[in-house]
Design a protein around this ligand. Sequence first.
Ligand code: SF4
Length: 330
Amino acid sequence: MEPARSSASIPYGTTAYYAGLAASDDPNQDPIAAQIYPRPQEHSILPYESSDPIADQQYLIAERLIHHYHDRALMLVNDRCATYCRHCFRRHFTGNDSGRITPAQLSAACDALASRPQINEILLSGGDPLMLGDDELERILRALREVNPDYIIRIATRIPIVLPRRITERLTRLLAIQPGLWMVIQANHPRELTPEFSTAVARIRQSGIPLLNQAVLLRGVNDDAVVLEELFKGLLRNGVKPYYLFQGDLASGTRHFRTSIEHGLQLMDTLRSRISGMALPVYAVDLPGGGGKIPLNRETLVRTEKNWYVLQDLAGNHYRYPREIQKGET
Ligand code: SF4
């Protein structure tokens, strides 16, 4: 089904299951509705925002392949998602009608991978890779194994959260035979950890596939220590390791979702005093303009100016990230 495109840059679309988790349709009142329903603020695009805030396109080495980090590559296998998250940072690609990776694009991506033997880890993303059919997914995995049977493969997906019944036995059987395969999901609120989610995740784990969670810190959704504590403990209880908590990227029209970095650091301080290290993710940011991912802490935040933070990457380079203090935040 074609996603209905709102006048903003990401389509609108969700599943009946995920919409059913919302207690209200008002995105200003409900943490699930906030992730589903567009708000007028999406039309306010700030000068430092972009549809490609982490500069994927700067690192393209084939039409669907991004090589940014030395030993890892990202393959965009599908532009479709079961739910189009209003905070999505990959707005230049998600739901943009590129569709599924074609055999020619897959072959070009594999040729590019073969020419870079330093790559040993492939992240399958999009869009959502698990929106592909099982046969298509199998074809992609087989093609990657032909380039290098030892690739570590990560599937980035929100399917267990927004469409858990897609995690079928057939799918998990297909994934289970893949050595070195990991699944990285994105749960952002404890209400997403339903019995259906638990069943889907248990099925994935029974297949021997380890699970990590990458949450996004979202204003009005989870910018609260109690909510995050419940989320991270609930994930751990389901056998999913909280891996990252991302500061919001500078994606077009997403200012209303971002918290200040001061607030994020305070949340992490509170969580550190309340939950085990195993439940605690790394608070991190993708540096604007393709600077890469860094942990956010008092070492990497080198200076706070009136309207900007100055952040430092591992090589000592400085980057500016806007300081957008919201009402009620420090
Ligand atoms: S599932 Fe991922 S790619 Fe799709 S809209 Fe949500 S964040 Fe973006």
